[in-house]
Design a protein around this ligand. Sequence first.
Ligand code: ATP
Length: 235
Amino acid sequence: MLTLEDVHAGYTAIPVLNGVSIRVDEGQFVAIVGPNGAGKTTIFRTISGTLRPSGGRIVFEGQDLASVPAHRRPHLGIAHVPEGRQVFASLSVYENLEMGAYTDAGRRDWARNIEAIFGWFPRLKERREQLAGTLSGGEQQMLAVGRGLASSPRLLMLDEPSMGLAPTVADFIFERLLDIRQSAKLTILLVEQRVAEALDQADQGYVLEAGRVVLEGPNEALRADDRIRQAYLGM
Ligand code: ATP
């Protein structure tokens, strides 16, 4: 469904991605893990189009994204839930979700999507009239995920959904992602610093260090890998 082929990118003369190749198949849950500054968010920016790669190719469902401007990519079915949530603080929960439904598919599926989102995140339903800026961190993350889902994506990209959340709240969100993926038949690409949790959920993982993929494989193989166990799982 999505391939990155030897992608290079950066913001200044210093390269951040040094030839990243990643493959995500339809229906898969893929995690990209790695330390601070490895370039995980930068990968997402190249996929959503806010940063243009200086080399390589990104292909989504057979289409080379180089010719698709960033504002068109959500209409192809790519949803990016950014790091730090970035909900519209002065709008209500419901209005934030409506803002997410701006794609053709999102408008078409709105009635079904809003019911599903409220089913996965009952807190959002209870607080539908509350201003998003007054939600707790966990609730804001639920809202950010819900807003992404409201666009009726085929690929949901989540940038560190657990950031700044208590472990129990992060676990709740991770568990929901599994339900969402099953019932919405979505493909999920997750970037996470919580390596153990991310690899527990994902089918496939990539370990990124200094802008390069240093390890990749199915989750069981990565969790059993001595380098991962020592560097990331504290074993
Ligand atoms: P984290 O887990 O800390 O969010 P990350 O793996 O997502 O890290 P990126 O945010 O992709 O890392 O950043 C990779 C590198 O690119 C870092 O060295 C960062 O300082 C640099 N960088 C990110 N955004 C910009 C920018 N707008 N201008 C210049 N450099 C940037």
